[in-house]
Design a protein around this ligand. Structure first.
Ligand code: F6R
Length: 261
């Protein structure tokens, strides 16, 4: 794992978008794993700018989102399909047929989860997985107690997550109680992971995820097991990290990071 600290939120989001752009230019058939949420909005904005101003080409890539609420139709403004269309898909030249999210309206949710796993495999696995982190430490909707080897499945959302996302729905009581999410095991199989966290409210959970012991109570700690995971944070989200001098030294000295410094 590497931890990259950027001065502010726009710089952190731009760095993540630049990594995506770099990988997409290197491999136009890239299979991208996508996340939703407030944190990712700036990443998608920057990718749209790169598409418009530097012709970043999405035409051959495929995407798989981490999760989708159970019971929301794709056109629902709170569905993650709608989020993705709004923030990214309709603003770049991705082929919609190559964009995938779990179907939260499926009659048989377990069959839908198994199908999603197979589809990821059929596309050759995920090359680059983007991740946010919830205040409960989740990646995707892998809430506390999620098995570290879990696969795509239905999860009940914790009270912390309901609180975190309630404002989008106009109140907790109006929120779906469950979501389909890739499992921690599914996420760990992606070839590269990048977790982006910004703001003071994520500082405590970021410190636990990066420097704490691996535990199923904070699914993001499982990323410590991933062979190629980068955690990108702004100053505020980095504020509780103990070893920041070391992380900064690595970023300043590893040749891999030169284009991003
Ligand atoms: C969303 C997802 C979640 C979010 C996390 C952070 O697809 O998988 O894990 O990334 O809840 O959300 P924000 O960015 O809104 O704080």
């Amino acid at each position: 794992m590497e931890v990259i600290i950027q001065p502010n939120e726009p710089a952190a989001a731009a760095l993540v978008a630049n990594i995506v752009a770099h990988d997409l230019r290197a491999n136009p058939h890239l299979v991208l794993g996508l996340a939703t949420g407030r944190t990712m909005e700036q990443v998608y904005r920057k990718l749209v700018t790169l598409h418009k101003e530097q012709r970043l080409d999405f035409s051959l890539c495929s995407t798989f989102n981490l999760d989708e609420y159970v019971g929301l139709i794709p056109a629902d403004p709170n569905s993650y399909r709608h989020y993705m269309e709004h923030h990214l898909f309709r603003n770049v030249n991705v082929d919609t047929r190559n964009t995938h999210l779990p179907n939260g309206m499926a009659q048989d949710l377990d069959a839908e989860c198994a199908h999603y796993e197979k589809l990821i495999q059929r596309f050759g696995g995920i090359d680059l997985q983007l991740l946010g982190i919830g205040k409960a430490g989740h990646i995707g909707f892998n809430e506390p107690l999620s098995a570290l080897r879990s696969r795509t499945r239905v999860k009940a959302l914790t009270p912390t997550t309901l609180k975190q996302n309630a404002s989008f729905f106009g109140g907790e009581d109006k929120m779906p109680r469950r979501a389909i999410t890739m499992g921690v095991g599914t996420i760990l199989e992606s070839r590269r992971c990048i977790l982006l966290a910004t703001g003071e409210s994520k500082a405590e959970v970021v410190a636990k995820a990066v420097e704490g012991p691996i535990t199923n109570m904070i699914s993001a700690t499982a990323l410590q097991l991933h062979p190629h995971c980068s955690v990108v944070v702004d100053e505020a989200a980095a504020s509780q990290l103990k070893e920041r001098e070391y992380y900064e030294w690595i970023f300043a000295n590893e040749p891999e990071w030169e284009p991003y410094r």
